[in-house]
Ligand binder design. Structure first.
Ligand SMILES: *[C@@H]1O[C@H](CO)[C@@H](O)[C@H](O)[C@H]1NC(C)=O
Ligand SMILES: *[C@@H]1O[C@H](CO)[C@@H](O)[C@H](O)[C@H]1NC(C)=O
Ligand SMILES: *[C@@H]1O[C@H](CO)[C@@H](O)[C@H](O)[C@H]1NC(C)=O
Ligand SMILES: *[C@@H]1O[C@H](CO)[C@@H](O)[C@H](O)[C@H]1NC(C)=O
Length: 794
């Protein structure tokens, strides 16, 4: 999302017109903002006038929708009853129009807060008293922390800053974040925005971050409204002549159920998100934003979304203009709304919906249902309760943004997300006494904005790697390559000289948005240009240990460095956010013991040879030489596996207590006979609620340094059915264990959710028999046995 489709990819003049109008409305918006700021005395109070129901307007007393003593549903239907068809249609778009006669201002729905309040959407701007916001690490880095309370805490801080900016007239309250698509293909330019390749991890991230943002308030009130996107089976931007506006993802029901749906289901059911965004692509021939099965049946029906469904920006236009899915624009508008779309990011529904009603393609009642969903969210946000300063969070202002504690959390998140991939010797941590002079080399060695990745805002400030390292040691800085493209070896000489003199050498290499980004998938997995040669030649010349630090969202095939004995250690830091350089230095010098783990598989380059990015299948197909995707289905060689990450200490696990037999209560069925115990039982036939198993694991830190450790629990189902994953993450828990101490960790595993597998028809079943739990090197077997209850006659 992010950008309105560039006009060159669109036909006709309509999109150019829409860009111009978007721009002019933006200018008005900025003008208003500037005036309000100059009128203020530095106090947030009173900066933003009421969006609606201003108490000073006597008319509001007679309007039911302003009655804070009434229920939200009643207020919403009162308001809808007062609107004309034309007014309604103008509320179906992100740039929702003012309804002056009812005292309702215009509202820009599109704001972003992927890892900090962002100015990517037009609803939020920096300036005046709000020049910046805390910029947390990119999501793939935060995911590597495997710490659900960290994710929730970040959400809480981001929404404090978002509310403060809203009160100050600069921000929105509807944030179209997070991106919880599965990082299905390592080339995806937007993989950096996601919590990785595992559905359970992504689901846990989604629910935690959304809870942090939205606040869990009484009576369904929202601090800000989050949005899980992009539903679904997206994750291709532009690969080999196929772009996301034309891509038809062919996805099996099996993969939908056990991979693509999982994070979204968790976001809606556990995170209680207030919005879901449909994507640009088609799924099995139907544009997602016009698919009633996906929107009306799954998100709203099966998962019970309490919120609104929004399109990706211009995607209703895309399904008409680019995909030619309908023959008229009115049909496109009608199809989308009837499928369950409530709000269009883009002008399309504003332009074509009224005519669609006149043509009989759509009923006004359909529009009312869409508006009920958006207006309800605005009411839950308090937008119809009068002045922001008199509401909950009305006290938040400029002093609540970029605070010391928020910036500490950005540093803490970066430390927790850094992954130690290799540590030969060990080479790390360095010692400030022995390593007094460091050569700091590489195109990413002194970067700022590169560290915050995409969908970022304006950071409060940066600590670059060079600056961070400079707090511990004297540095000799050399770029080595002019940029990450590293197209020449011109600067190698200086870098090699620096490495010859220094007590240790740090190479900060990797990627940036010129290599992986929205609109830009990667061509391969190797370091770009001559980066690899620089690393190898510097390592060969170094007087002291050589440490490779990789900045990237996606995985990099660094087999050469893994196998090079001259390279002592490798760190992957993702895009570590505004405090990234400080966190890197803390890990290098051991003031923070790294505990991050890879949230995605690092594949070798030749993995790509039989893997079109357009093939969605998660499962391998040996007959076609198709290798399968992610650790769950791919069995071939890897550079580093999912979950890999070292520490400066060592942890030993023992299972203290775990069941060996679990009985699964199953509703009887007269067609069944005793052989039911050898089957895979449909989850819908089992009594699932509260059916969980508890595992107690002792984690002992047997090394000499305090550290945090993430327990990853995988399970593999009985037999080696063709359709089940080899193994699947079912639980994880991060614990801090002081040196030589021991901690007991309790993990609860919901049987139906996590020990079930999905058959070819997309039906979730619990296989009876021996399931193996894998915790590090330990395996524990649990036998699931069906306990048939009374027979149901059906
Ligand atoms: C490193 O980056 C900082 C921040 O952009 C800049 O002030 C400084 O001059 C840079 N140092 C070198 C040696 O390039
Ligand atoms: C896709 O990439 C090609 C070549 O890199 C470029 O010409 C084209 O404009 C891109 N398309 C989109 C929609 O970004
Ligand atoms: C009982 O189960 C077995 C094994 O699945 C099957 O062969 C047999 O036909 C079943 N009997 C009845 C009465 O359904
Ligand atoms: C998880 O993150 C929170 C928030 O930063 C932190 O307080 C806690 O110590 C972390 N847990 C572990 C085990 O590191």
């Amino acid at each position: 999302m992010a950008t309105v489709v560039p006009s060159k990819t669109r036909k006709g003049t309509r999109s150019a017109a829409c860009n111009a109008s978007a721009l002019s409305s933006l200018c008005c918006f900025l003008l208003i903002v500037t005036i309000t700021i100059f009128a203020s005395d530095g106090n947030a109070e009173g900066l933003r006038p009421a969006f609606a129901c201003d108490a000073r307007d006597a008319r509001t007393k007679g309007w039911g929708f302003c009655g804070t003593n009434l229920g939200i549903a009643e207020r919403v239907s009162d308001l809808i009853g007062r609107l004309t068809l034309q007014e309604k249609v103008r509320l179906l778009v992100n740039n929702a129009a003012e309804v002056a006669r009812l005292g309702i201002k215009g509202y820009e729905w599109w704001s972003e807060a992927l890892h900090g309040v962002s100015n990517v959407g037009p609803g939020t701007k920096f300036g005046g008293e709000f020049p910046a916001a805390t910029s947390f690490p990119q999501v793939i880095t935060t995911a590597a922390a495997f710490n659900a309370s960290l994710w929730e805490e970040i959400g809480r801080v981001v929404s404090d800053e978002g509310r403060a900016m809203y009160n100050g007239g600069l921000g929105g309250l509807t944030y179209w974040s997070p991106n919880v698509n599965i990082f299905r293909d390592p080339r995806w330019g937007r993989g950096q925005e996601t919590p990785g390749e595992d559905p359970v991890l992504a689901g846990k991230y989604a629910a935690s971050y959304v809870r942090g943002l939205q606040g869990n308030l009484d009576g369904g009130r929202l601090k800000v409204a989050a949005c899980c996107k992009h539903f679904t089976a997206y994750d291709l931007d532009n690969w080999s002549g196929v772009d996301r506006f034309h891509f038809n993802a062919k996805v099996s029901r099996q993969d939908i159920e056990d991979t693509f749906d999982v994070p979204f289901r968790s976001c809606v059911k556990e995170g209680k998100v207030a919005s879901v965004m449909c994507s640009y692509n088609q799924v099995n021939g139907i544009p997602t934003c016009a698919d009633p099965q996906l929107l009306r049946h799954t998100i709203r029906g099966a998962w019970r979304l309490d919120g609104y469904i929004v399109s990706d920006c211009d995607s209703v236009g895309v399904l008409y203009d680019n995909q030619h899915y309908t023959s008229t624009p009115e049909e496109a508008a009608a199809d989308a709304i009837k499928a369950g779309l409530d709000l269009d990011c883009g002008p399309f529904l504003g332009l074509h919906t009224e005519r669609a009603v006149q043509l009989g393609l759509l009923k006004e009642a359909d529009i009312n249902s869409a508006l009920a969903n958006t207006l309800t969210v605005q009411m839950r946000l308090g937008m119809f309760d009068g002045e922001p300063s008199k509401q909950p969070f009305g006290n938040l202002g400029p002093h609540h943004v970029c605070t010391h504690s928020h910036q500490r959390l950005a540093l803490e998140a970066a430390r927790q997300g850094i992954v130690l991939l290799k540590n030969r010797g060990p080479s790390l941590p360095l010692s400030p006494r022995r390593h007094r002079t460091l050569a700091v080399i590489g195109p990413n060695s002194n970067v700022t904005a590169t560290m915050i990745g995409n969908y970022a805002g304006v950071a409060c400030g940066y600590t670059t790697p060079l600056q961070g390292i400079g707090r511990f040691a004297k540095t000799i800085h050399q770029q080595g390559c002019a940029g990450v493209a590293c197209s020449s070896e011109e600067l190698f000489g200086g870098a090699i000289d620096a490495a010859r003199q220094a007590d240790a050498t740090i190479l900060v290499m990797g990627l940036d948005q010129s290599i992986e980004a929205e609109f830009r998938d990667r061509a391969g997995l190797l370091l770009p240009g001559h980066q690899q040669q620089l690393v190898t030649r510097v390592a060969a010349a170094s007087k002291g240990p050589t440490i490779l630090v990789l900045m990237s969202g996606g995985p990099v095939d660094v087999s050469f460095a893994k196998n090079d004995a001259r390279i002592g250690a490798i760190l992957w830091v993702g895009y570590p956010g505004q405090a990234g350089g400080a966190a890197i230095a803390d890990v290098l010098f051991g003031t923070h013991n790294p505990g991050g783990k890879l949230p995605m598989t690092w594949y070798p380059q030749d993995y790509l040879s039989s893997l079109p990015m357009t093939t969605m299948d998660m499962r391998s197909d040996p007959r076609k030489g198709y290798p399968g995707r992610t650790y769950r289905f791919y069995k071939g060689p890897v550079v580093y596996p999912f979950g890999h990450g070292l520490s400066y200490t060592s942890f030993v696990h023992t299972i203290a207590d775990a069941p060996t037999v679990v009985s699964v209560p199953v509703d009887g069925h007269r067609r069944w006979n005793t052989s039911v115990s050898s089957k895979a039982i449909k989850v819908t036939h089992a009594r699932c609620s509260r059916l969980s198993l508890g595992v107690h694991v002792d984690v002992k830190n047997v090394g000499g340094m305090d550290g945090s450790h993430t327990l990853l629990v995988f399970s593999s189902p009985p037999g080696s059915g063709h359709w089940a994953p080899h193994k699947q993450l079912v639980a994880f828990e991060k614990v801090h264990v002081p040196a030589r101490a021991q901690q007991r960790v309790f993990l609860k595993i919901h049987v139906c959710k996590y020990l079930s597998v999905v058959d070819r028809a997309g039906i979730r079943r619990i296989p009876m028999g021996l399931h193996s739990l894998h915790i590090g090197p330990i395996t524990h077997s649990i036998s699931l046995q069906a306990a048939v209850l009374g027979v149901i006659k059906s």
